[in-house]
Design a protein around this ligand. Structure first.
Ligand SMILES: [Zn+2]
Length: 262
């Protein structure tokens, strides 16, 4: 009877305190988790971002496009970054997106997702993983969908490749579905022209709500039309370092696997 009562009370507590609103035990006894992710395989990642992260001892996730020059011409440097603990994520081989949307003039007709078959898309994603495995020796990584576009006809390609990945770093309904993160609170920021104070404000908000905050960076100090300054990025890293005892900073794969284990 006592046991039944204890179970009942425990279940009631589950309802009152859902996982997302739990106290600081959720994130290794810290207030929140922060994933620093960087898209599109940029030279600036190797030249500036990774040295900046290394200088404060943080590890990021770099979503690499297998066909990009910044990857193919600098494979030994990416290998070194992975050996130091940074995650090499999969951002597909050719970065296909829907080309017919406003502002998508940059999508080459050959890599317009509208003209892809499911087979072609999943083949290219798997080959990009093989390329990354040849680089870092790892069989597990996360995926970020170019432009967040995932539908081939009526079906999302995520369901065809989900078993190849620890998680998908996207906020689309199909990504949420395959991730199965439950009711963890996830906050997103795709900085573009933001100041250091604005980046820091996002972290403070995540601390208050015990959330996972995912930064989706592109350019840092240039190299992409979506961009923030090196100074803003540095200010964020300094704030994270100063608050290391309260904020868990880790590659996206590490945080995703932690959520799934719980
Ligand atoms: Zn991209």
């Amino acid at each position: 009877m006592q046991i039944a009562k204890a179970i009942l009370i425990t279940c009631l507590l589950c309802k009152v305190f859902p996982a997302g609103a739990q106290n600081s035990t959720l994130w290794k006894n810290k207030k929140c988790a922060v994933a620093l992710t960087y898209d599109d395989a940029l030279n600036i990642d190797l030249d500036k971002v990774i040295p900046a992260l290394d200088s404060v001892g943080f590890k990021g996730t770099f979503y690499l496009i297998g066909s990009s020059d910044a990857f193919t011409k600098r494979i030994p440097e990416w290998r070194r970054a992975a050996a130091e603990g940074h995650e090499l994520g999969n951002h597909t081989m050719f970065h296909p997106c829907y080309g017919k949307r406003p502002g998508r003039e940059w999508v080459k007709p050959d890599y317009d997702l509208n003209s892809y078959t499911m087979q072609r898309m999943t083949d290219e994603i798997k080959m990009n993983s093989a390329l990354l495995e040849a680089t870092d020796g790892k069989t597990k990584r996360t995926l970020a969908c170019p432009c967040g576009d995932t539908k081939i006809g009526d079906s999302s390609y995520l369901y065809q490749v989900k078993n190849n990945f620890a998680a998908v770093r996207d906020a689309t309904p199909d990504a949420n579905d395959v991730n199965g993160f439950g009711n963890v609170v996830i906050q997103w920021m795709g900085p573009n022209g933001n100041s250091g104070d604005q980046l820091i404000a996002a972290v403070k908000k995540a601390m208050e709500s015990h959330a996972l905050l995912v930064f989706v960076f592109h350019g840092v100090g240039g190299d992409h039309n979506i961009n923030i300054s090196s100074e803003a990025h540095r200010a964020l890293l300094q704030f994270l370092k100063q608050n290391e005892s309260q904020v868990w900073v880790a590659p996206f794969i590490e945080i995703a696997e932690y959520i799934k284990r719980r």
